[in-house]
Design a protein around this ligand. Structure first.
Ligand SMILES: [Zn+2]
Length: 333
């Protein structure tokens, strides 16, 4: 009998938090879960975000939503579990937030806002913003991240996103869409650096060659860097030992390969085709971070993933992209 190989995601170890469990929680239990994540040092005891004083009086709103009042005499400020964080001034109950994060993490190639709005009975816009905030939370993971080091191997590669130009209907009107003159200028290059068996970090540029300085700042000296034969990467040879692979001949020649970088792009492309449709424009970097987060943590169980994202969201300041449910500055074309 042939026993199929079990993938990590098919094992029991990968499943530690189900949506059913989240929905069995009371709102108070969800609040406790959020408190323990936000104020982990005090085991959920509120810490005033203004003065840092530990301990607060419960001061629930008339609506029942939790609020605290700082005990320090000279402060006495009111705050909530999400005050000053990415989820500040949230409208939906915290249990719904927890459910939304769980749903987003369970969808291994990313969750689309329309589907989430149907799952949770929330508006499409609220879900769209929430999912972008989840991506903003994930982005915290990549701030200043360096990869590789002495004796380590990394890969780098780039791919183009956006700027799709529809071919003209009649043959005589068609243009060569590969030429810069016939493009719309919206095409962006997404570049990833990834350590083999390790973490990744991605960024967006006008072209691959514009990424060299960034790559050098993110890959530690002493790393062996694998890249394809594209001339854009030649400039890396001054800092690193390079292994180059010609993809027209092989994907791996036993020496060099960029398969770890390729699998990163494969995930974001599948997300683009299956869920997000337009992984481009100003939000390309956000989708890129989401892809990195998912690739790097693909062997983390789902409960731990939800806790990590929540921890990142509560451990940082308010959204750069959105204030409440509204866009702070309109950046989407
Ligand atoms: Zn205070």
């Amino acid at each position: 009998m042939i026993v199929p190989k079990t993938h990590f995601l098919q094992t029991k170890a990968a499943r530690t938090l189900s949506l059913a469990e989240v929905f069995r929680m009371t709102e108070t239990e969800a609040e406790t879960a959020f408190r323990k994540i936000r104020w982990s040092d005090t085991d959920g005891e509120p810490v005033c975000p203004s003065c840092g004083c530990i301990g607060a009086y419960p001061s629930r709103r008339v609506t029942g939503s939790p609020r605290f009042r700082c005990k320090a005499k000279e402060c006495r400020k009111d705050f909530t579990i999400t005050s000053g964080t990415l989820f500040a001034s949230h409208k939906a109950p915290l249990r719904t937030y927890l459910a939304a994060i769980a749903v987003a993490m369970n969808e291994v190639k990313g969750k689309n806002a329309l589907a989430l709005s149907r799952d949770l009975g929330m508006s499409h816009k609220a879900c769209w913003v929430l999912l972008h905030k989840v991506r903003e939370a994930m982005a915290e993971e990549f701030k200043g991240r360096k990869i590789g080091g002495e004796g380590k191997v990394a890969e780098t590669d780039g791919a183009y996103f956006g700027g799709y130009v529809r071919p003209a209907n009649f043959k005589e009107n068609r243009r060569d869409r590969r030429l810069a003159a016939n493009q719309n200028g919206k095409r962006q290059s997404l570049v990833v650096v990834r350590e083999r068996n390790g973490n990744s970090v991605a960024a967006v540029f006008k072209s691959e060659s514009a990424a060299l300085g960034w790559i050098k700042s993110r890959i530690e000296k002493g790393t062996v860097v694998n890249a394809d034969e594209a001339s854009g990467w030649d400039g890396l040879a001054s800092k690193y030992e390079m292994k180059r692979i010609n993809h027209q001949e092989a994907y791996s020649d036993g020496e060099a390969c960029t398969n770890w970088a390729e699998s990163y792009f494969s995930r974001i492309r599948r997300g683009e085709m299956g869920h997000f449709h337009h992984v481009s424009g100003p939000y390309l970097l956000r989708y890129a971070h989401e892809s990195s987060f998912r690739e790097d943590n693909r062997r983390m169980d789902n409960g731990a993933q939800v806790r990590r994202v929540t921890q990142l969201a509560l451990g940082r300041g308010p959204s750069v992209d959105f204030g409440g449910y509204y866009q702070r500055h309109l950046r989407v074309a």
